[in-house]
Design a binder for this molecule. Structure first.
Ligand code: CA
Length: 230
């Protein structure tokens, strides 16, 4: 199997070096760009497997790069942002980014995100045509509209079911509050986000009642939710 090709778009040389050194030491191939324009053009030329993208770039904004790339590719994009920039992170996820890393991050964190993204890619490639979703003890039969947890049918309200299906179809990806409410309710008012918290709490309770150690849904405070691939 060939090494996955990672495109690194980061203008800060010290962060770029850290990433590139880590990739070299861990069986990845890479290309690097120091600006948004260069990053978008490298993405088009080399068709990388995963893009690591800094949001604060000297020429065009990282979110603009995501929009450009999303015009023609579904390549997973992990954005790198400063700790304080929740709104940037949310804009990046809404523009089509898959995940984020917050600076400063550790080498272990970077590698874990890359592995999770590779798993998600492999899963998406194998499961795209399947009508049944399975993750740990969770099984969704889309055709029958039934959910099972460890073989027992789980009784969900229609909103809980919609939420669960949306998370499952995007397993491994962080979904913003706006994305979720837009898909489930068709709108994204503050009221919907408050309702979302309530529905998500009851859904998690049902999912985690059998085994509280097993967390299917991660909360990203101020950002959204993600279903974890177990
Ligand atoms: Ca930067």
């Amino acid at each position: 199997m060939s090494k996955p090709l990672i495109l690194v778009v980061e203008d800060d040389p010290s962060v770029r070096n850290l990433i590139v050194t880590t990739l070299k030491a861990n069986e990845y191939s890479f290309i690097a760009a120091g600006s948004g324009e260069e990053g978008a053009s490298q993405a088009a030329t080399h068709n990388p497997d995963i893009i690591l993208l800094d949001l604060g770039l000297p020429d065009i904004d990282g979110v603009e790069v995501i929009k450009q790339v999303r015009g023609w590719a579904i390549t997973p994009i992990i954005v790198i942002s400063a700790r304080s920039d929740d709104s940037d992170k949310i804009a990046a996820l809404d523009a089509g980014a898959d995940d984020y890393l917050t600076k400063p991050f550790s080498v272990e964190e970077l590698l874990a995100r890359l592995r999770a993204t590779q798993r998600r890619l492999a899963y998406m490639n194998s499961a795209s045509s399947s009508s049944v979703f399975e993750n740990g003890g969770l099984k969704i039969d889309y055709a029958a509209g039934c959910v099972y947890l460890d073989g027992e049918e789980l009784h969900l309200t229609s909103i809980e079911y919609k939420l669960l299906c949306l998370l499952a179809q995007n397993v491994g990806k962080v979904l913003t509050h706006k994305f979720i409410t837009g898909n489930v309710w068709g709108t994204s008012w503050d009221n919907d986000i408050a309702s979302l918290r309530v529905f998500m709490a009851t859904l998690r309770k049902k999912l985690e009642s059998a085994d509280s150690e097993r967390q299917y849904i991660q909360t990203h405070i101020g950002v959204g939710y993600r279903m974890v691939r177990l």
